[in-house]
Design a protein. Structure first.
Length: 315
């Protein structure tokens, strides 16, 4: 009979894109690699949430670049205090046993907390910013919302990337719940930034539906709005919701140079108007007051983001 299970992670072992992990079952360790090509920790957190909220069955695949482990959670009793955990790694069943739901969910949370706190590249390399841990803790106390009517939690993380001509350019990532939805690398091109602010203003005023399209023009950086060197056109569509104070945001990626044409849904989620706009405004304001000042000293900018109408988003 299996009595204990834990996921152990060595956050200081992160080296050359790999991290050491172990599935520990009744004191016996089974080694598992984590790769930053397919960071598994957001999936582990979503798995833990499904267990904590008893939204089962649920599964995900821990990808070790071509092979890996399949994690599955199944309900086993009407009251839902326990569940069955099944993990198979490269054809070997590592664990197949019943456990208390909250014990396993909290144990996974604490393993991930250590990564978020102790790994230097937790946010930038492993897609595990600490606010994901805070979101989970909020769900434990206030309840987790899932399904078609669930309101997603947005976060915006600002940074720099190697932009036009090899110079540094401002950018931000859009996080939704436990996953990185989209990396917005718009360089410091005024047209793109004004279009984004215009969409946010319309969302704040509930002036919906509204749509914007991001695509690279021929004279812009070849890496702008592209995946793996292939041009992508991003369609943002915000529309009203039957839930007061909320809206639905759809992001569709179109690959115009592929045959046949490919459309990919990047995001389809329900948000609170105020929370979405406020989350961006606060992150943008902090960026302007900190990292952006250092960026300006380099003298590589062509457009000063400080003239954007931030006051219209927070007034």
């Amino acid at each position: 009979m299996t009595n204990s299970f834990s996921l152990q992670i060595d956050p200081l072992s992160s080296d050359s894109g790999w991290m050491h992990c172990w599935l520990v079952v009744d004191g016996q360790s089974h080694y598992l690699d984590a790769t930053n090509v397919f960071p598994p920790f957001g999936d582990v957190l979503a798995f833990a949430q499904a267990i904590a909220a008893n939204h089962l069955p649920y599964e995900f695949f821990w990808d070790e670049e071509g092979h890996g482990a399949k994690f599955q959670a199944f309900p086993v009793e009407p009251e839902g205090l326990r569940f069955r955990l099944h993990i198979e790694h490269d054809g070997e069943i590592v664990v197949d046993a019943e456990f208390a739901r909250m014990q396993i969910a909290r144990g996974l949370l604490e393993s991930l907390r250590r990564v978020a706190l102790d790994c230097p590249g937790a946010e930038s390399e492993w897609d595990l910013p600490y606010f994901l841990i805070e979101n989970f803790e909020r769900g434990l106390t206030q309840g987790f919302a899932t399904g078609a009517g669930a309101v997603s939690i947005p976060h915006f993380v600002f940074n720099h990337y190697r932009g036009y001509g090899g110079g540094e350019a401002p950018c931000f990532a859009i996080w939704v719940d436990y996953h990185l939805a989209l990396f917005m690398a718009m360089d410091d091109i005024a047209e793109h930034w004004y279009a984004w602010f215009d969409l946010l203003e319309k969302i704040r005023r509930d002036d919906l539906p509204a749509e914007i399209i991001f695509k690279r023009t021929t004279e812009e950086n070849p890496g702008l709005f592209s995946w793996f060197g292939i041009d992508v056109v991003f369609h943002f569509h915000a529309d009203t919701s039957i839930t007061p104070g909320h809206f639905r945001l759809n992001i569709i990626a179109q690959h115009p140079n592929l045959e046949p044409k490919v459309n990919q849904t990047i995001l389809e989620a329900l948000f609170d108007h105020h929370q979405f706009v406020s989350a961006f405004a606060q992150a943008f304001k902090q960026f302007l007051e900190t990292d952006y000042l250092a960026f300006l000293k380099g003298g590589e900018n062509r457009f000063d983001l400080r003239i954007l109408p931030l006051d219209r988003l927070i007034s």
